[in-house]
Design a protein around this ligand. Structure first.
Ligand SMILES: NC(=O)c1ccc[n+]([C@@H]2O[C@H](COP(=O)([O-])OP(=O)(O)OC[C@H]3O[C@@H](n4cnc5c(N)ncnc54)[C@H](O)[C@@H]3O)[C@@H](O)[C@H]2O)c1
Ligand SMILES: O=P(O)(O)OC[C@@H](O)[C@@H](O)[C@H](O)[C@H](O)CO
Length: 379
């Protein structure tokens, strides 16, 4: 039986990646740092992925094993050495921490073993490239095939236990070019020769809409994404941001206007799904990551500014992100500390967004950061 080692037994890991790998005939070996999750997976022989919506089905995932990646590195190295595929869903910023054990597993592979397929299933442009770069610090990587992907399925916080409740919609698009025609057979994957349009459309529509709603909503004291979109003014705000990213996606990737509008409408329906309540706190998590140069706000805004196109809605969302003050979110705490630290606004723009003063987006970002600093430092 083919084996898949999957890092991150959280929401998307159990609810999407592992379920599809299991359905494709792989024995899934979960690797996670959470004692609680690994203990539960070791104690419970199966869990249910429960879909909500039209055509919903329940899927039983079983026959898996689980390894604690924090305490049992030796076992994990042996699993990776013998595996056919490694996937991750740990968070883009965690990839450098899982790379060393993958490198050790690659180094321990038999000389005649087939190449290990590695796919990072994170919300990031070039997520697998990031992982590959880190893995290559400890292994030569000749016995692996690394492929980038775009992964889309809304999995909100769960109620505890291993079962996962999620939407029926899913999209998993993977770059086929590294495989030379020998892609693995995995249910639900769409293989493409050019991933850029798919990952940018997903990140700059679904995740931009989500994050815009989360930050503006939280700023107004609203708890859930659905409630944010039920507010007509805030819905207009989110749509205005998506009009900006639509202009980029149409100009850059040749999506039709009507096609992109339909994608936007479907996205807003998905994120407002009354049966899958999602919180502004989960969706806004990790604001430092989300303000990054290639991410859901600055990524499209920088490209739009270079084309001389409007970015006001995106900049407004950045302003709301700068006010994201969530005590349980380490990055939100760090962001507020940096804003209160006395670092000049010009330096903070570069530090937070990677945009420097030579870029056409810089003046707008400087304005929004200066405004936020006046609130933080003035008060
Ligand atoms: N939830 C969604 O709707 C969704 C959809 C698409 C993509 N994603 C992406 O998938 C990734 C995971 O998101 P999630 O919602 O499942 O988060 P999650 O917090 O539910 O799961 C992440 C898991 O990774 C584990 N982890 C953290 N550090 C680790 C390490 N060093 N080694 C092994 N495991 C580690 C955590 O313990 C946790 O179980 C993120 O990159 C996210 O952007 C999420
Ligand atoms: O996972 P993040 O923190 O990058 O973004 C939060 C949500 O927007 C995200 O998890 C979505 O639910 C998901 O990307 C939908 O496919």
């Amino acid at each position: 039986m083919a084996t898949a080692v999957h890092f991150g037994a959280g929401n998307i890991g159990r609810g999407f990646v592992a379920q599809f790998l299991h359905e494709s005939g792989y024995e899934v070996v979960f690797a996670d740092v959470s004692d609680e999750l690994i203990g539960a997976l070791q104690a419970q022989p199966s869990y249910v992925v429960h879909e909500i919506g039209e055509g919903a089905r329940d899927h039983v995932v079983d026959g898996y094993r689980a390894v604690n990646s924090r305490t049992d590195e030796e076992a994990l190295v042996a699993e990776i050495a013998a595996a056919d595929i490694v996937t991750t869903a740990v968070g883009a910023r965690i990839l450098p921490f899982v790379a060393p054990v993958i490198a050790k597993g690659l180094a321990a592979r038999a000389a005649d073993a087939p190449k290990l397929v590695v796919i990072a299933c994170e919300n990031a442009i070039g997520g697998t490239d990031i992982l590959r770069g880190e893995v290559l610090r400890g292994a030569d990587g000749a016995n692996a095939v690394f492929a980038n992907c775009a992964i889309d399925r809304i999995v909100p916080e769960q109620r505890g236990g291993l079962d996962v409740t999620l939407e029926t919609f899913s999209e998993w698009v993977v770059d086929r070019t590294p495989f030379d025609g020998a892609e693995p057979e995995i249910v639900g994957i769409t293989w493409v020769d050019d991933l850029a349009p798919f990952i940018e459309r997903k990140l700059f529509t679904v995740n931009t809409a989500h994050a815009t709603a989360a930050y503006h909503g939280r700023d107004r004291g609203i708890g859930t994404i659905r409630e944010v979109l039920a507010d007509a003014g805030l819905e207009r705000t989110v749509r205005a941001v998506l009009d900006e990213t639509k202009a980029l996606l149409v100009a850059k990737h040749g999506f039709g206007e009507a096609e992109q509008q339909a994608y936007i409408d479907k996205t807003l329906q998905r994120i407002a799904n009354p049966e899958l309540p999602d919180t502004c706190e989960r969706v806004g998590r990790g604001p430092l990551r989300k303000l990054g140069r290639q991410e859901r706000f600055i990524g499209p805004a920088a490209q739009l500014a270079e084309l001389g196109l409007p970015t006001g809605g995106l900049i407004g969302a950045v302003g709301a992100a700068l006010r994201f003050d969530a005590p349980d979110d380490a990055e939100a705490v760090q962001l507020q500390e940096r804003l209160g630290s006395g670092v000049p606004a010009e330096e903070l723009v570069v530090e937070l967004t990677g945009i420097d003063d030579a870029h056409p987006l810089f003046p707008a970002l400087l304005d929004v950061v200066t405004g936020r600093l006046a609130e933080v430092r003035g008060g």
